[in-house]
Every structure is written in structure tokens, then in C-alpha cells.
Design a protein around this ligand. Structure first.
Ligand SMILES: Cc1cc2nc3c(=O)[nH]c(=O)nc-3n(C[C@H](O)[C@H](O)[C@H](O)COP(=O)(O)O)c2cc1C
Length: 397
């Protein structure tokens, strides 16, 4: 089933008469689950109002590269990084020519150049314009950069001509965007992912835990499902929403998580240990609430079982990917973990940096394995998860 759940789409609306259809395209993208932001070119604004697009997208419409307020925080770069995909619908012949020649002459073309998001272009124009050598040359140049062209339809045109040039239907355009996020490289593969923080009870009301939100693990669940995997997710304490297409099993403490993982690990092809599992638990959990009495209180801790190491020791072991949250000698410590636990890869998270890691929506990690030491630069956790899965598929599967 096609879905754009949690996807961020920037739609560029340029100066074609078909711009009046753009609110419907925004709706179809939202129906598939996307959040949509609009960039309206000066040409586009001649055919559709900013207010209509703002009302439908429920986001401010961006139309000016020279917006002093937005550029205080480098607005065009922010939009470029925010997007998982940029769709230009309708794409005018003029905007297509600008993209083909790499121009950054307005907000839309600047955002495109500054973004590594998927790019899709849905041309709409008079049939003769569409047939012209210049336009076809420009489309070919763009196609060679791995950009997807959503071909216009054949039929009656606003100008009275009949031919190819009518904007593809709104639902076809939205589905084409969704297809960009679906690949089948993990079809038939079973992936077990742990995520979130474990909770170690002290007494009936207090516990020891950590700052993990589960956002990185949940992004990995999304990325694996989009690649066709059958995902089981064992989650601790989280502050994120889980994909409803994974088999979601809750586990509070490290002990519970260990049990649930061992119960579900059989026949899994891949194990991704992303949960922040407590190394220790309270040795004697108090039956009743511990009363305050102004004296020092000592809580004795005892080590928990190591879930990742135990999965790596299984006779029929899946491919194992662990996470290492480190604050000092990060690469060295992560490489030790890779060796000591005999797992196939470690994703190193430097949690000493407040800008990303725990609880943040962004992350920067290293993918480490016997043969790979690759930095995945700071980006949304979803984009980082996509890159982790891409490297995993290429190097380890
Ligand atoms: C009434 C009218 C309709 C137009 N329709 C189209 C069209 O469907 N496709 C197209 O490529 N250009 C069309 N144009 C020309 C573009 O609007 C023009 O090239 C403009 O500069 C495009 O600006 P933009 O690419 O920055 O949005 C039309 C112009 C007018 C006056």
C-alpha cells in the first residue's frame, strides 16, 4: 500500500495555467499522510493565490528568496533540509529550463540546488511547447540526474489545442511521489528492532531510566517497512509514535526486553538493537514506597543481561546491528563494542553533543563495521535511518 506517513514534501507551484489544480495535489499528498509546504513562484502566483495554498497546506506559503525574516535563519536552506521530496507540479517550461541549467534564480530553484531530497517534476504546458526540442533537451538533461519526470497526459488543452501537455492527474502525481519512498530491497526479510529507554524500578513509584525517546528506532522501523521488511518492534519508554504496520510489543525493564527479544528472535534475518537498555537494575526492588528520612540512601545495583551480546551468541544468529551511545573516545569505544560483542555493525551516536542524539529530532552517526567507517552527517532521524538502511543493504545483506 502506498503511503507518505511522516514524509515532508515541498511542492513547487510554477507559472502554468494548471496551477489551479495544485491545492488538489496538496490534498492528495496529505491523504497519503504527508506534511506539505508550498513554494509559489511569481509565475505560479498569477494563477493561484497564496491564501488558497496556505489554507489547504496549513503552512505558510514561501514565495520570496529575499524574505529578510525567513533568511535570518537561512530559510531556503532550512526548507531544502526539511524536505524528504520536492515535487514541482505544475512545472512550467521556464522553471524546467532553469533547473536544467542549474540556476538559482528564485526561491524554488535555490531550494532544489541546496537539497539532497528526491526531486519529481510534473510538466504542464501547451502541446507545442512540450514537443519543442528545447524543452525535450532540458527534460533529458534533468532525467540524467536521476530526477523523476511525471509525464503530462494527452488531451484537450486550456488553449484549445489537443495533444500531450496536460498535467497528470492529482492522484497519479501523489502516488508517484509515494512510490519514490517504496523500494523492495528488504521484501521477505524479517527485522527485529528494539527502541526506547528501559525502566528499572526502585520502588512502586520510582525508577531509573535514561533520555532515549525512541525516535531513532522508530525512524529505522519506518525505513525498514518502506524497504519491504516485515518488522517486529520491541519498545520501552518512548516519546514518539510507532508505525502501525510493525508488530509492536512493549517491554518495560531490561529483563523484560531481553525475554521478549529472545521469544521473538527465531527466524529473524536482522536484529537492530537501538534501545537504550539499562546496564544495571536495582537488586532488591522495594515492595512499598521508600519513605524519606533525611539519611543517606544506598541502592544496590546488579548487572542486566546484555541483549545484543546474547543475540550475537545464538547458533542461528541474525545479522546484528548495535547502537553505541558514547561521550568520549567515541570511535575507539564503538570499535571495541563491535569486536567484543561480535556484531556485524555498530551505529555510533556521540551523545555528548547537545544538538543531536537523545530526544532530538536530528542525529549524526557513524556506521562502523569490519570494512566500513562511514559518517552519516547531521540530518533528521528519518533521513539518517534511510542512510543506515541503505548502507546496510549494500554492505551487509
Ligand atoms: C495565460 C498564460 C498561461 C500560461 N500557461 C503556461 C503553461 O501552462 N505552461 C508553461 O510552461 N508556461 C505557461 N505560461 C508561461 C509562464 O507563465 C511564464 O513562462 C512564466 O515566466 C513562468 O514563470 P515560473 O516558471 O517562474 O513560474 C503561461 C502564461 C500565460 C500568460
Amino acid at each position: 500500500m502506498l503511503s507518505l506517513t511522516n514524509k515532508r514534501i515541498v511542492i513547487g507551484v510554477s507559472g502554468s495555467i494548471a496551477a489551479y489544480k495544485s491545492p488538489d495535489i496538496v490534498r492528495r499528498l496529505q491523504d497519503l499522510g504527508a506534511e506539505v509546504k508550498v513554494i509559489l513562484t511569481d509565475g505560479g502566483a498569477k494563477f493561484i493565490t497564496e491564501l488558497a495554498l496556505q489554507s489547504i497546506s496549513q503552512n505558510k506559503v514561501h514565495n520570496n528568496l529575499w524574505d529578510k525574516e525567513a533568511e535570518l535563519s537561512m530559510g531556503h536552506i532550512e526548507l531544502a533540509k526539511w524536505a524528504d521530496a520536492i515535487l514541482i507540479a505544475p512545472a512550467s517550461a521556464n522553471t524546467i529550463a532553469n533547473i536544467s541549467s542549474g540556476k538559482a534564480c528564485d526561491l524554488l530553484t535555490s531550494v532544489i540546488l541546496a537539497s539532497d531530497a528526491e526531486l519529481l517534476i510534473a510538466p504542464a504546458m501547451n502541446q507545442q511547447m512540450y514537443k519543442s526540442n528545447a524543452l525535450q533537451d532540458n527534460l533529458n538533461t534533468i532525467k540524467n540526474r536521476n530526477v523523476e519526470i511525471i509525464d503530462p497526459e494527452y488531451g484537450d488543452q486550456a488553449c484549445g489545442d489537443i495533444g500531450q501537455g496536460r498535467l497528470a492527474s492529482s492522484s497519479e502525481i501523489a502516488e508517484q511521489v509515494a512510490r519514490k519512498f517504496t523500494n523492495n530491497k528488504l521484501t521477505g526479510k524479517k527485522v527485529l528492532i528494539t527502541l526506547g529507554a528501559t525502566i528499572e524500578a526502585i520502588d512502586p513509584v520510582r525508577y531509573i531510566s535514561n533520555h532515549s525517546s525512541g525516535k531513532m528506532g522508530s525512524a529505522l522501523v519506518d525505513a525498514c517497512i518502506e524497504s519491504g521488511a516485515d518488522v517486529t518492534c520491541i519498545y520501552g519508554n518512548i516519546s514518539t509514535i510507532l508505525n502501525n504496520r510493525s508488530n509492536n510489543i512493549s517491554a518495560n525493564s531490561a529483563e523484560q526486553m531481553h525475554t521478549k527479544v529472545m521469544q521473538n528472535i527465531k527466524n529473524q534475518d536482522v536484529f537492530i538493537a537501538c534501545a537504550a537498555v539499562s546496564d544495571y537494575r536495582v537488586k532488591n526492588i522495594a515492595h512499598d514506597k521508600i519513605k524519606k528520612d533525611n539519611l543517606d540512601l544506598t541502592i544496590e545495583l546488579t548487572p542486566n543481561k546484555d541483549i545484543l551480546a546474547d543475540v550475537c551468541k545464538l547458533e542461528e544468529k541474525p545479522i546484528c546491528i548495535g547502537f553505541a551511545a558514547e561521550t568520549q573516545n567515541t570511535i575507539e569505544n564503538a570499535q571495541k563494542k563491535l569486536k567484543n560483542k561480535a556484531c556485524d555493525a555498530i551505529i555510533l551516536n556521540d551523545v555528548s553533543n547537545d544538538d543531536f542524539g537523545f530526544n532530538s529530532d536530528e542525529n549524526e552517526v557513524y556506521f562502523l563495521s569490519k570494512n566500513i567507517n562511514q559518517k552519516i552527517a547531521k540530518n533528521s532521524k528519518y533521513k539518517v535511518a534511510k542512510k543506515i538502511i541503505k548502507i546496510f543493504i549494500k554492505e551487509l545483506l
